[in-house]
Every structure is written in C-alpha cells, then in structure tokens.
Design a protein around this ligand. Structure first.
Ligand code: PGA
Length: 251
C-alpha cells in the first residue's frame, strides 16, 4: 500500500506554546503528514518542523498567485513561508465566506502557479443529501469537482493534488460517512477525473469528517481513501498519535 496522507487542519488552535506538542505526532515515516495551522502560526510551525518529515500547509489563500492583497495572503507568500500545500474550498470557507466553485478554481490555479499543491475540499450538505438519491449526490459532487479543479491538469504530470471528500454534515458532527459510501464517492470522483481531464497520477483522494482514532483505518481500508483530513482530532495530540499508530498497523 502506498504511504497514506494525513492532513491536520487546526481550526481551533490553542496557545502558541503548545505548537510543539501538537506537531510532534506528525513526524512519521510510514505516513505522509501535512500540518495546516492558522496563518499567524505558520512561521513558528515552520521553525518547529525543521528536521521533521511533516510538511507545512495553509488553510486558504488569495485567488491571485501574488501581489498586494491587504488582509489576505497570496500563494507566493505562503511558498516563502515554507508551505507546500494549501487547503481550498473547505465547507466553512464556502458557507461563511460565500466561496463559489469559480473562486476555488481560481485559487487552485494560483496555488499551482506559485509552485504549491492544492488540497481541494468538496462535500454535499445535509439538505442536498436529503433531497437527492445517492446517484444524484455523486453526480452533484462530480460536477462540483470539475468546476474547482485547476486548468490543464493532463499536462501537469508531476503536479501533486489532494481531493478531500468531506460531507458537510459529517464535519465536526461526530457522525462520519460510512466506509462503503465513501468508497462509492471516491471511486466515482477518481473515474470522473481520469476520463474528463486525463490526469491519473499524482492525485490523492482523501476522506474528512469526524475522523477519530477508532474509525480512521476503516476509511483507508474499506473506504478506498488514500488519506484523511482531520479537524478536531488535530487538536488532541494523544488521540492523533493513537490514530497514527493504528494507521501504522495497516501499512
Ligand atoms: P472534523 O473536521 O475532523 O472535526 O470533522 C474536518 C475538517 O476540518 O474538515
């Protein structure tokens, strides 16, 4: 099995002095890891991660690769701060900042232009899930993905991309999607990307939404996920370490 990927999205970060304790579990050799702290902690995290196998990522960026964007952060600046990855299109950004698929697509292009790799998030709301049959939800997800993907993927052979299926109703709710449902969605998304863009290598498909130490392995195993995006779990170093131990047993 290729090395899984774990993305830690620190949404509710504690005191900066706890940074070292929170980053420490992510230094692993059997699993790729990406630490994505809030912007103000990126520089400190970069220092903490010196010598660590864990990569640094951001939680968002401006939709232009560089330039003066008061109050926002361009991908080029993130690259200068040592980031290799940027989370884009998280449901909280879509809901609270009205981010449209078009703007997420522009951000994905800007991230690539700056030499970084996007982690593209998508997922259906509880409302969409209730109103549509399973097949229609998958079609909705495929359409959203096609809108947010960066341009010219087929020609970007070495470009790394992560695509995270994160049902909105599963995020922070304590109720994750079932592994069989995740497998159906991720398989359908992978097939759609391959047929519609021609890119097959360098893409990792992740699952996110109420991942815990106890359920993480089921998503990698039966859920066909190449990795996980964790929110709440990333704020609990002991549980995060236990999750990574369980992943190690699978490898
Ligand atoms: P959660 O958050 O793991 O707390 O559900 C996931 C996310 O950040 O998207």
């Amino acid at each position: 099995m290729p090395k899984p990927l774990l993305v830690a999205n620190w949404k509710m970060f504690g005191a900066p002095e706890t940074l070292g304790a929170w980053l420490q579990p992510l230094d692993q050799d059997y699993c790729h890891t990406i630490a994505c702290p809030p912007f103000p902690l990126l520089s400190a995290a970069r220092e903490e991660l010196r010598g660590s196998a864990c990569w640094l990522g951001a939680q968002d960026c401006h939709h232009l690769a560089q330039g003066p964007h008061t109050g926002s952060v361009s991908p080029r600046l993130l690259a200068q701060l040592g980031c290799g990855w940027v989370i884009l299109g998280h449901s909280e950004r879509r809901q609270e900042f009205n981010e449209t698929p078009k703007i997420i697509h522009e951000k994905a292009n800007a991230v690539i232009e700056a030499g970084l790799s996007p982690i593209l998030c998508l997922g259906e709301s509880a409302e969409i899930r209730e109103r549509h049959a399973d097949g229609e939800v998958i079609e909705w997800l495929q359409n959203d993905l096609m809108e947010i993907l960066p341009d010219n993927l087929a020609t970007r052979e070495n470009q790394q991309i992560a695509i995270a299926y994160e049902p909105v109703w599963a995020i922070g709710s304590g109720t994750p999607a079932g592994p069989a449902d995740i497998a159906a969605v991720l398989d359908a998304l992978a097939a759609c990307v391959a047929t519609r863009t021609g890119k097959v290598s360098g893409i990792r498909f992740l699952y996110g939404g109420s991942v815990s130490a106890d359920n993480a392995v089921s998503f990698l195993d039966q859920g066909h996920a190449h990795g996980l995006l964790v929110g709440g779990l990333s704020t609990k170093p002991a549980e995060l370490a236990r999750t990574l131990q369980n992943i190690r047993a699978l490898a």
